[in-house]
Write a protein that binds this ligand. Structure first.
Ligand code: SF4
Length: 222
């Protein structure tokens, strides 16, 4: 079985609670969503079998020097059949960190024993044009035993109703919320004052919330 990989690169994680750690990023092709703010090119790539990918990364990188392998995309869970074979090859050498849009709730159950940390997006309709809260709820139900946090990309259109729904999910599933202002290039699309105000509105309802901009854009690394 093969899957298409867009790129493989070593870099610094720029988002969420593991910000600053060195990770080996494996970007999978394809996504099931079309977020308005998406700035990732993930359609072209090379095909690998699980064994070919393992051979490539273990010969080109010193895996023990990485905090974790970041499975990113696109949406890595679209390649779940591939992951079921690939992850057991590598998971004894390095932690596995999954970046996902948290909508493919049936897929996460198939590899939950192979994942150490999940970075799960909560997508806002004001940013994506798509109401995905019901899918997120089913997704979080299926990752109860895995270390999971939820990332919320927001802009000036975030609504009180969306804040309430994010908080409801976070409290029901005991999640830390990471607020991430939408970027245009290396600039935030909202002011620092607005960020502070949004953090305040979240923490009034859910104290376990942090605001972390995309640090890799300030560092000017991929
Ligand atoms: S889920 Fe992520 S990769 Fe997919 S379209 Fe949205 S931002 Fe892009």
């Amino acid at each position: 079985m093969k899957t298409k990989i867009n790129e493989i690169f070593a870099s610094i994680q720029g988002e969420g609670p593991v910000v600053g750690y060195k990770q080996l990023f494996i970007r999978f092709c394809g996504c099931n969503l079309k977020c308005a703010y998406c700035d990732t090119e993930f359609n072209t790539g090379m095909e690998f079998t699980p064994q070919e990918l393992y051979k490539k990364i273990s010969s080109e990188y010193d895996l023990k020097t990485f905090h974790s392998i970041s499975l990113t995309g696109g949406e890595p869970l679209l390649s779940v059949e591939f992951l079921k074979e690939f992850l057991p090859l590598v998971q004894n050498e390095v932690k596995i960190y999954l970046e996902t849009n948290a909508t493919l709730f049936d897929k996460i159950g198939e590899i939950k024993d192979n994942i150490d940390i999940i970075s799960a997006d909560i997508k806002l309709k004001s940013s994506t044009g798509f109401d995905s809260f019901a899918l997120h709820r089913k997704f979080f139900e299926n990752c109860k035993d895995i270390e999971t946090f939820a990332k919320v990309v927001f802009d000036e259109f975030i609504t009180e109703d969306e804040i309430a729904k994010c908080v409801e999910l976070a409290q029901d599933f005991n999640l830390e919320l990471i607020l991430q202002p939408k970027m245009a290039g290396d600039k935030m699309t909202v002011s620092s004052e607005f960020c502070t105000e949004i953090l305040e509105r979240f923490t009034q309802k859910h104290k376990n919330t942090r605001l972390i901009p995309q640090v890799h854009k300030f560092l000017n690394v991929i």
